[in-house]
Design a protein around this ligand. Sequence first.
Ligand SMILES: Nc1ncnc2c1ncn2[C@@H]1O[C@H](COP(=O)(O)OP(=O)(O)OP(=O)(O)O)[C@@H](O)[C@H]1O
Ligand SMILES: [Mg+2]
Length: 475
Amino acid sequence: MADRVFCIDFGSSYTKVALRRDPSADAELIRHGGETVSAEDYWFPSTVVVDRTGPRPVPEFGERALGRVADARVEVHRDWKKWLFLTPAPAAAAVPPLDALLRSDEFRTLAAKYQVPAVAVASLQQLATAATGLYSAAGGRMPSVETQQQAFAASLAVYFFKWVRDQVLAACAKLPTTGLKFDEIPVRVTVPALGDGPPETRPGAKALAAALAKAGWPLHPDRPVVTEPYSNAIGVLTGGANAVAPRRKVILLGKMFSNGPLITVMKDPAHYPSYRALVVDIGSFTTDLAAVTFAPNGETVEDLDAAVGVTQMSLPLGVTDLDDAVRSGLPAEKAAALGQLTGRDREDFRRMVYADGKGYRRPGLSLGGPGDEAVKAAIAGVAAKVAEAVSAFCERTPPAFRQELILTGGGSLVPALRDAVQSAAATHGHSYVKTHAPFAKKPPAGTLVNRLDDRTARGGSAIGGASIFFDRDFY
Ligand SMILES: Nc1ncnc2c1ncn2[C@@H]1O[C@H](COP(=O)(O)OP(=O)(O)OP(=O)(O)O)[C@@H](O)[C@H]1O
Ligand SMILES: [Mg+2]
C-alpha cells in the first residue's frame, strides 16, 4: 500500500507526470518550465538526442532536444516508445536481416546504380554470412531487429527517466512546503493495452519498469503498472479528485466522480441502472479505447470490481501514422525533408496541416492546404482505420443505459480523426448524452459538447494513474 504516488504517463511524443500527495489529495499534473504558465509546461518532450560531436556522447532532452536536427554525429530519437511495446519477432529470424538485405533485389539494384562490381557484392555477402556464423559459434543467436530496438529503447529509457526525475523533483521542491520526502514517493507507470495477461507481466512493461528502477524511481509496491486507456478514463472522469472515508480505509466513489458526468448513476441508481463512458484517446503512437461502465448500488462501493466494468484496448495507430502516410506518397527528397524537421517544426507542421488544414511552406518542402489531394487522402486513410477500430470496439461492447463519449489526446484535435471517431462511436446501437472533448466545434444537432481543458485532455492518464482508485488497499 502507498499513501502517496507519482504516476508517469510515458507518451510517445510527450510524457506527463502526476502526483497524489496523500490518500485524499487531488492528483495533480507536475508543471515544469518557467514563470509564465502555458499548457506545454505540463508535458515533457519524450525526444532524446545523443550528440556525438565532442569527445564523449552527450544526451540532450526537453526543449533543447526538440530544436535539434539529426546528422551524422547527432542522433535524434523520437517515437522510440513503440520499440518497447511492439511485440518482438522470435529471437532468430529464418534469414538474418543483414543477409536478407544484402541478398535482396533492391540491394542489387542499388549496387548496380553505384556501379559496384558483382564480385564485390558477393564478397560482402560472404563477409556478412561469416560474421553471423562467428556470432552464432560464440554461443549467441543473431537477435532480431525488433529485439535490438527494444534493448536500445530500454537503455534510452534509463537516461530519459533520470532526466524526468530530476525535472520532477526540482518542480516538487518548489511546491508549498509539506515536509514530504518526494524522492521516496513510489511511482506507477502507464502502458498501452497491447497484449495479454496482467499489464505488469508484458515484456514492454517489464522493460519500462526496470528502466525506471535503474533511473532511481522507487516502484509502487503493489501496482507499479496500469493501462493507459483505463487510467485515462479514471483521470478524465474524476478530474483528479480522491476521496476516502475518514478513519475508514474506504474509497468514496460518489465523491470522487462528483465533478464528472457519471455522478447521476451514483445518486440515482434506481433510475440509472448503468452509466458508461466511452473514452477514445488518439495519441502519437496508439489510439486507446476504454468503455468504463458503472452499475453501483449506493454511494459507498464495497466491491469495486462488481461495480465498475472495463473493456479496453490500444491500437498501434496515431498521429505518427499520419506522418508516415503523408511521407509514403512523397518523392524521396520531399519525404527526407519532412523526416528532417526538428521536433518543434514537426509540431507546427502537424498543427497547420492536420488540424488547421493549412499549407506548410519551407524551402524544399511545400505540403498541405486546400489543393493538396494526396495529403487529404493520407489523412482520410488513417481516419478510416481509426473509425474501423472504434466501430469494431462498439460492436463487442453492448450499449449501456446512458453513455458519454469522451475524446482525448493530441490527435483528437485533428478534425478528420475526431469526426471519424464521433461517427464510428455511434454505430451498433450506441448513442450518447454528451460528448466531452478538447474542441468547441458544434456537434451534430441534438448532442451536447463539454469542452475539456488541455490539461485533462492530454494529462488524463497521468492524473488517473495517480488516483486512489488504483490502490487496492483502500477498498
Ligand atoms: N492541434 C494539433 N494538431 C495536430 N496534432 C496535434 C495537435 N496538438 C497536438 N498534436 C499532436 O498530437 C500528438 C499526440 O499527443 P499526445 O500527447 O496525446 O500523444 P502521446 O501521449 O505522446 O502519445 P501516445 O499516448 O500514443 O504514446 C502529438 O505528437 C502532437 O504532435
Ligand atoms: Mg498518450
